[in-house]
Design a protein around this ligand. Sequence first.
Ligand code: FMN
Ligand code: SF4
Ligand code: SF4
Length: 244
Amino acid sequence: MILYFSGTGNSRYVAKKLAERTEDTLVSINERLRRRDAGHIDSERPLVFVCPIHDGRIPDIVTKHILRTPFRGNHDAYFIVTCAENPADAQSYVLKLYKKKGFRFRGFASVRMPQNDIIGKEATSRAEIGKLLEEADGKIAALAEAVLRDEILRYETPSGKAGSLFSPLRMALRGGAKGFYATEKCGGCRECVKRCPMKNISFKDGPVWGDECVRCMACIDGCPKSAIEYGKKTQGKDRYYLEC
Ligand SMILES: Cc1cc2nc3c(=O)[nH]c(=O)nc-3n(C[C@H](O)[C@H](O)[C@H](O)COP(=O)(O)O)c2cc1C
Ligand code: SF4
Ligand code: SF4
């Protein structure tokens, strides 16, 4: 079973391709979160979790959802993360989670994908996106083969600059959803409301953000009019969203 959480489509893209190649069931953690569904999950085949790296680790909301969910059946589990730079020390957090859930470790791997964090960084340039996706496709195919052969994934030591060594501080500085607002470009389509995995956006005369933001970037990157900004940090920046 392939279970994914995704803000802007990268992890959904990887999860869908893995599900196609392994002919396995695809489960959206986004949808489970939207339904407030932490009901049990039953899988005869190994569990394959797919999610993005946020500040050098897997998003807290994914950890919490896995902890809350009872798993029945196969407890072999793979963890595949998508990241724009590298997974930093995320594997160590994943291992703690495995211990708490009684999962059997079958491997941790990362797939480099375009940058979606347009608050802290710049989105990957349009020219680079195609090449990154092509490279990702090759890696996804190899990962699917390994899962099908029941192989343990080889651990990869992260290279390059760590995502963040001061994750809690960076998270605190990000300041939740307080900085989001819609500009006069908003056409009222409510895509932001539909895309938010936390159901954190309601709509009155325009989108209104609540306090449950997990900074997934689905609203700001997914707005078809680029009408959402975060303070002054996102003004003039490209958006990144992978429809799939
Ligand atoms: C809040 C936030 C923090 C991020 N932190 C990191 C990081 O520490 N290291 C990294 O390589 N990428 C980081 N990224 C980039 C994402 O991991 C990457 O773009 C990912 O593929 C997005 O997946 P998604 O589209 O499924 O949400 C971050 C993105 C966001 C929104
Ligand atoms: S997605 Fe953008 S255009 Fe649509 S309602 Fe939200 S802010 Fe407005
Ligand atoms: S408010 Fe926006 S950034 Fe926050 S969880 Fe919802 S979609 Fe993601």
